[in-house]
Design a binder for this molecule. Sequence first.
Ligand code: NAD
Ligand code: LMR
Length: 333
Amino acid sequence: MVKAVVLGAAGGIGQPLSLLLKINPLVSELALYDIVNTPGVAVDLSHIATPAKVQGFLPPDDGLKKALTGADIVVIPAGIPRKPGMTRDDLFKINAGIVRDLATGIATTAPKAFVLVISNPVNSTVPIVAEVFKKNGVFDPKRIFGVTTLDVVRASTFVSEILGDLSLAPSVKVPVVGGHSGVTIIPLLSQSSHPLPTSFKAEALDALVNRIQFGGDEVVKAKDGAGSATLSMAYAGAEFAEKILRAVKGEKGIVAPTYVHLSADKAGGDAIKKEIGKDLDYFSAPVELGPEGVVKINSLGKVTEYEQKLIQAALPDLATNIEKGASFVDAPK
Ligand code: NAD
Ligand code: LMR
């Protein structure tokens, strides 16, 4: 029996993500929480002929607490999305408080649940969740994840486009590490399961890296004021949630890049700090998942000189984003 909860379930990501969780056979109960519209979304989804029982909750009458009671996995896509011209960091002002309050609900009601943070800026919202859990004495770094799967999904798609065969997309695997914004998104294309053509020139590599790093902006621009990626994010979020659920069921060897507190696996985390040459608390790295969450943080592997430069370029922003999130919870209001 697995209870999944979506916080922000009525939104652009929340609705399709809830749909994908409803049709996931590993989910037996699905609770949808938002400040609006969840009763309707829940009734709509509840007519789908799959086993998961669906219920919608709103803030009155302790709705958040009711939604979270008994939760095994909580996915958070609550918060405002970008408009053209904004950075993810511009969302901090509003989303930090939303994430802090929702994290407080999880820490007090379902402290053992796996928490998957989608709300931006992920580089800062994950530290916010961690600090709230620390404050409540329930912090377990093995159970808190920043969802960076969309970067991995984009890398698979864009590489398969370059290879001229979109049918390869599901099997193209590229580790994407670092964080989830602009230059902090670091695709390790030299480790692609499907190598780039030997004719691939330096400028083409720059362009591909840039497209993966700024894939979110491509969508924001195309949506022209109507928000950011929702459908591809729902796909990516459901894919990552499914990996967690399969690992919980005992499947071995599931590895996915995700943004975690590096103490989740001290030896692995220390090795990452050495590889990047900086003592950061958080980094997205390939993580092996198991029944209790993080089993092992894997090495970044052999990186090229070019990729090491990308890593070094990411570190200042990452450090600033982490500090901003970590210091928010105790900052005077
Ligand atoms: P949206 O505006 O369509 O939906 C957000 C939902 O959150 C709304 O339904 C809103 O009512 C709800 N909400 C607001 N405050 C809430 C609260 N206190 N409690 C519960 N729900 C609340 O936005 P969206 O397009 O779904 O994007 C949501 C977030 O996900 C944004 O911050 C966006 O930047 C982020 N995002 C992250 C990734 C990623 O790769 N991690 C990808 C895409 C979008
Ligand atoms: C994305 O990568 O699509 C998301 O982080 C949303 C955004 O603001 O770009």
